[in-house]
Write a new protein. Structure first.
Length: 431
C-alpha cells in the first residue's frame, strides 16, 4: 500500500539527442539511451540555437519570477518566451555556453530549487482554482513540489512524467497525467487517479500530496524492468499490478475532453490566450506589469494561456483585456486564433517539413467547434488532448484527420500545394 521507495533508487538519467514528443505507444517503451527531455541544466540543440525548458509547477509565477524569465530570454536567447502544453516556459535561440549563467539566474529567482529534480517538477493544476468560486489548490501544489524535490527516488522520474492537480472541474484530469489528484467537495477527501484509468482511490485531502508522490515512486519500482517512461507505457499486467499495489479503487471515469478557461473575465481573474504560445518581450512585459497591478501573480495554463488573478473589478478587467488585446493576445472566445496551435516547425526544428506556424496563421478563419493543431512531422510535439483536428505535414502533403482521444478517424484528407484548399479543408474539419 503506497510503500516509499528506498534511497537507493536509480539516479537521474542523462543523454543527448533530440527531445522526443511527450507520449508513448501502448505497451512498454524501452528507455533507449536515456531521457532526452530538455531542462535548464541540460540544453537541447535545435536549428535556431539551444533550447531550455523551465518547469513552472502549477504554472504559477510571481511577477518577479516572470521578470527573471524575460531577462534570461533577452540575455541568453532570442528574447521570446514560448508556453508549452504543460504550462512550462521554453527559451529558444540560446548560446550553447550559457547553461551555468542561466542556471544561476533561475536559481536566484526561485525557479530552480533542486538541480537533481528540475526535470521531474512537471505539475499542472486547474488554472482557475480558487478564483471563480472553486476551492484553491495552493497548499497541495506547494507541498507536492516540496515532496518531489525532497525525494531521492523522484529524481529518477523522466521529464515526461506528469502530475496533475484538479480542483474538481475535470479540466486537468482530462489530460491523462501519470498521477492525478482531484479535490472532492468539502468533505476533506481527495481522489487519486493513476494514469488514464477509469477508477480512483480515495485518500484524506491532507495526505493527498504524499500519496501522489508515493504513487510516482511505486511507478518507478514497476518501471525498472519494463523501461517505461510513463504509466501508459507500462505493459498491461505491470500497470494492473501497480494499481493493486496502491489499494482498492472505486469507479470514476476520466473526462475525455479538457475544457480550458475561455479568454476573458472569470470571477476575480482575467484570462488571455497566446497565439501559438509565442510571446514577444513586449507582450510578456505587459502581462507581468498587469499582474503587478492585481496581486503580483500569473498562472500559465496547459492550453498556452495566462490567468492573472485579481481582485479585478469588472470595469478594470475590461480595460486590462482591451490593452492585452491591443498587444495581440486572445481576450475573447470569438477570436479567430482560439483553439489554433502548432509546433515550432521549420526553421526552428530540423525534423519539420514545413513552416507550420506561418501556415496556421495563413489558414486562420472563423472559430471552429474543435481545436486544430499543426505539426511539421509525425512526432506531433505539444499536441492537445481529447478531441481535436490534426494537421500533419507529410512528404505527400498536409494530412488532416479527426482525433478523439486515442482514436483517429478515417478517412483522412490530404491537401498538397494549395493553401486556399488547405484553409478550407481545415475550417470544414473544425466545424
Amino acid at each position: 500500500m503506497l510503500a516509499a521507495m528506498p534511497d537507493s533508487a536509480p539516479s537521474p538519467l542523462s543523454a543527448g539527442g533530440a527531445s522526443p514528443r511527450d507520449g508513448g505507444a501502448a505497451g512498454a517503451t524501452p528507455r533507449a539511451g536515456g531521457d532526452a527531455c530538455p531542462g535548464t541544466l541540460r540544453l537541447h540543440r535545435a536549428d535556431d540555437g539551444a533550447l531550455a525548458r523551465v518547469r513552472i509547477p502549477g504554472g504559477v509565477l510571481s511577477a518577479d519570477q516572470a521578470e527573471a524569465l524575460l531577462t534570461a530570454a533577452a540575455r541568453f536567447g532570442d528574447g521570446e518566451l514560448h508556453l508549452t502544453s504543460r504550462g512550462n516556459v521554453q527559451l529558444r535561440g540560446l548560446g550553447t555556453e550559457c547553461g551555468g549563467e542561466l542556471a544561476g539566474l533561475l536559481t536566484a529567482a526561485g525557479l530552480l530549487p533542486s538541480a537533481a529534480h528540475e526535470r521531474a517538477r512537471n505539475i499542472v493544476a486547474s488554472p482557475l482554482a480558487g478564483l471563480d468560486g472553486s476551492g484553491g489548490l495552493g497548499a497541495w501544489l506547494t507541498e507536492l513540489d516540496r515532496l518531489v524535490c525532497g525525494s531521492p527516488a523522484a529524481a529518477a522520474l523522466s521529464g515526461r512524467f506528469l502530475f496533475a492537480l484538479d480542483d474538481g472541474r475535470g479540466d486537468v484530469d482530462a489530460l491523462g497525467a501519470d498521477v492525478t489528484l482531484i479535490a472532492e467537495g468539502p468533505a476533506g477527501a481527495a481522489l487519486l487517479r493513476i494514469g488514464a484509468a477509469d477508477e480512483v482511490f480515495r485518500v484524506p485531502a491532507a495526505e493527498a500530496p504524499r500519496a501522489a508522490l508515493r504513487a510516482a515512486e511505486e511507478f518507478l519500482r514497476a518501471a525498472r524492468d519494463s523501461g517505461a517512461w510513463r504509466v501508459k507505457d507500462l505493459p498491461d499486467d505491470v500497470r494492473a499490478e501497480l494499481v493493486r499495489t496502491i489499494g482498492s479503487a472505486v469507479a470514476r471515469p476520466r473526462p475525455r475532453t479538457a475544457t480550458p478557461p475561455a479568454p476573458g473575465p472569470h470571477g476575480s481573474a482575467i484570462t488571455a490566450d497566446v497565439p501559438l504560445g509565442r510571446l514577444t518581450p513586449t507582450q510578456w512585459q505587459l502581462l507581468t506589469d498587469t499582474a503587478r497591478r492585481y496581486g503580483g501573480e500569473l498562472r500559465l495554463t496547459p492550453w498556452r494561456g495566462i490567468v492573472i488573478p485579481g481582485p479585478v473589478p469588472r470595469p478594470e478587467a475590461a480595460d486590462a483585456l482591451r490593452t492585452l488585446s491591443g498587444a495581440g493576445l486572445i481576450t475573447a472566445p470569438d477570436s479567430p486564433w482560439t483553439g489554433v496551435g502548432a509546433c515550432i516547425g521549420h526553421p526552428g526544428c530540423a525534423k519539420s517539413l514545413s513552416d507550420v506556424r506561418a501556415e496556421a496563421g495563413a489558414a486562420v478563419g472563423p472559430p471552429g467547434r474543435l481545436p486544430v493543431y499543426w505539426s511539421g512531422c509525425e512526432r506531433r510535439c505539444g499536441h492537445p488532448h481529447g478531441e481535436w483536428i490534426d494537421v500533419v505535414v507529410t512528404p505527400d502533403g498536409h494530412r488532416i484527420s479527426h482525433v478523439r482521444g486515442e482514436r483517429r478517424d478515417a478517412p483522412t484528407t490530404t491537401v498538397r500545394n494549395d493553401s486556399a484548399r488547405l484553409a478550407a479543408a481545415v475550417a470544414e474539419a473544425r466545424a
